[in-house]
Design a protein around this ligand. Structure first.
Ligand SMILES: C[S@@+](CC[C@H](N)C(=O)[O-])C[C@H]1O[C@@H](n2cnc3c(N)ncnc32)[C@H](O)[C@@H]1O
Length: 242
């Protein structure tokens, strides 16, 4: 896959909100790598979690799969037999590129891609489900029902890997973590204009929850245990076991 540089917001944009359109899909690997602290680390560990949790004759789901990075990471770690990885996304621009990417990348586990809304997509026989920076784009009032559906479709002992941008109860922590995140973006070559335009466009599109809210919701839904295993600034990854 070519790694085109993200300069979408380098000049004044007339877009009203962020969306996963063709322009974003084209530069997505560069955009996510330079914008999300820990993204590469989380993918590397997705393979390790898959190695431990994916069981024979089961399904793995990559919900909001974008270009398939988490599907490919899972496939790297899976040693179980007769496993199918199912990637779902509702952006056709992402899925078209994802298909091409997956065809060109060596992987031993079958990967099936579906165009669709993860809120409606059936989940069954799942030993691992990945929501890698996707839940934050789902309307807050829909999140619990989505997680409940995922829980119901999981096998006992199965793993949910949930990575998210989070907010903090204390406004001072929000602004500290946000400053450090913006510094991270500056260090990765984004200008003040790019940072501020992206921030405005994501408002009301990416709506973060607190880490505490994530953990308590997972527990209310019945997950036997859950914990944050990775955090850098306002970006976290949580594992939850059914
Ligand atoms: C930040 S990206 C996810 C990155 C990806 N999981 C990875 O590991 O590289 C969020 C993705 O979720 C998709 N998405 C958002 N809402 C969705 C929905 N309701 N149904 C399906 N996909 C959705 C977007 O199209 C986008 O590709």
């Amino acid at each position: 896959m070519t790694n085109k540089t993200d300069n979408i917001y380098a000049s004044q944009t007339n877009k009203l909100a962020f969306s996963f359109d063709d322009q974003v899909a084209e530069v997505f690997p560069d955009m996510i790598q330079r914008s999300v602290p820990g993204y590469a680390e989380i993918l590397k560990n997705t393979a390790k979690f898959a190695e431990k949790f994916v069981s024979d004759n089961s399904h793995c789901y990559d919900l909001g799969c974008s270009l398939g990075a988490s599907s490919l990471a899972m496939s790297t770690g899976i040693s179980a037999a007769n496993v199918k990885i199912i990637g779902v996304d509702n952006s056709q621009a992402m899925l078209d590129r994802c298909r091409h990417h997956i065809e060109n990348f060596k992987h031993s586990t079958q990967i099936e891609l579906h165009s669709g809304d993860i809120l409606k997509f059936p989940i069954e026989n799942a030993s691992m489900v990945v929501l890698n920076f996707t839940l934050q784009f789902i309307a807050p009032q829909e999140r619990k029902a989505l997680l409940q559906k995922i829980y119901q479709g999981m096998l006992p002992g199965g793993l949910l890997l949930l990575s998210e941008k989070v907010c903090f109860a204390d406004e001072r922590d929000n602004s500290l973590m946000s400053d450090l995140h913006h510094q991270y973006k500056r260090e990765n070559g984004y200008s003040e204009l790019e940072i501020s335009q992206k921030r405005s466009l994501l408002e009301n599109v990416l709506v973060p929850d607190t880490l505490e809210h994530h953990i308590s919701r997972l527990s209310e839904l019945g997950f036997s245990r859950s914990s944050c295993w990775f955090q850098q600034y306002n970006f976290v990854s949580i594992f939850a076991v059914k």
